[in-house]
Design a protein around this ligand. Structure first.
Ligand code: PMV
Length: 352
């Protein structure tokens, strides 16, 4: 079976059960910004998988007599009705792929390793963890999938919840989106076997410039690319940066990597600033940190660089060699901000 198609096989809808997964967050190196229906990206993207920033989600299922899917959702032990509209939309979009959902009541418990107020997007890790649980549910009802198909189907379902979540299913580095050299629009693929040792020990220290919820959601940001005056140029640039980035990751070329990653971060924010409505998510602290990173790189030749999510916080990427020098720099130049230190991780884990 293609792990991402609608199923013909009827599953056993009398079983109850539960599962629990930890799924990491990821940081895009080449950014996905702009999409077509249903969460098909306008350009391919590639990301580092993180280790310390993750979501843990458990799912318990019990069959019910009649009606349609029902669920209770708890975040950090508290019932969270505010998450229901996003979950309702997600379930509606995947019901054709998992029709058995309609015969069940679910209890979903989720929590994040990072503080809710850290300004770190949790949708990638949360949707990846939920998708893994949903495929575990299908498997317990008799769906036959090997390990590769299991992850592929989880990535496919996660993508429908949140595009960037499709990449959170893989160790170290993942690619998502059609490209002649490598990639697929429907689910992400691992690029870990190709990753040069220069990048294997990379860290991502996230400087929390502002911990408030962002003023403009990614959903709105993606939509603003539909009529954006520079959309086509941006998609062309991202396609080119994607193949350059994969080559750099493969050959260990940290100089090219730095150029591409920083250009991608700034292009993403340039798109926001030049969209109609225009908006800006960078803050003075964002620019201050960017300048410090560039100065430090010039002074030391350490291959350190920055990237940005759709928010003001700065992700600082660097190898763990010279860690004491880099930590001294953090304590000196970044001391006014909270920092979450993270590193490349090994992908999701089932919690027993
Ligand atoms: O997955 P979404 O819809 O939250 O969009 C993510 C967009 C960026 O984080 C800015 C880029 C990316 O590729 O992760």
């Amino acid at each position: 079976m293609n792990s991402c198609t609608k199923r013909l096989k009827k599953l056993d809808i009398t079983k109850s059960g539960s599962s629990s997964w930890r799924a990491p967050s990821n940081i895009a190196l080449v950014k996905y910004w702009g999409k077509k229906e249903v969460q098909i990206p306008c350009n391919p993207s590639v990301s580092f998988t993180l280790k310390n920033c993750f979501s843990e989600t458990s799912l318990a299922w019990s069959p019910k007599e009649e009606g349609s899917l029902t669920y209770e959702f708890m975040f950090e032990g508290q019932s969270k009705k505010s998450f229901h509209s996003k979950l309702d939309q997600f379930f509606e979009k995947i019901i054709d792929y998992i029709p058995e959902l309609n015969h069940y009541h679910f209890i979903i418990n989720s929590k994040n390793s990072f503080p809710h107020s850290a300004g770190i997007a949790s949708s990638a890790s949360a949707m990846a963890a939920l998708a893994l649980n949903l495929v575990s549910f299908e498997r317990s009802l008799g769906l036959d999938l090997n390990e590769e198909e299991f992850i592929q189907r989880s990535s496919f379902l996660a993508r429908i919840g949140s595009g960037s979540a499709s990449r959170s299913l893989f160790a170290e580095v993942a690619c998502w989106g059609d490209h002649p050299i490598f990639g697929n629009d429907h689910y992400a693929l691992s690029f870990s076997n190709e990753l040069h040792s220069n990048f294997k020990n990379y860290r991502d220290s996230i400087v929390i410039v502002d911990d408030q919820e962002k003023a403009v959601s990614s959903r709105v940001g993606h939509a603003l690319m539909n009529n954006h005056p520079f959309a086509n140029e941006r998609f062309t640039q991202a396609h080119a940066n994607y193949s350059l980035c994969l080559s750099a990751l493969k050959s260990g070329d940290t100089n090219s990597f730095i150029k591409i990653v920083e250009a991608e971060a700034l292009s993403l924010h340039a798109m926001m600033m030049t969209s109609s409505e225009s908006y800006m998510l960078m803050r003075p602290g964002t620019l201050q940190i960017i300048e410090e990173v560039r100065k430090f790189r010039e002074q030391t030749s350490i291959p350190i660089c920055f990237t940005l999510d759709a928010g003001p916080n700065v992700h600082i990427l660097y190898p763990s060699d010279n860690l004491d020098v880099v930590m001294k720099w953090f304590n000196d130049k970044v001391k006014d901000f909270k920092v979450i230190h993270d590193e490349l991780g090994n992908g999701p884990e089932m919690i027993l």
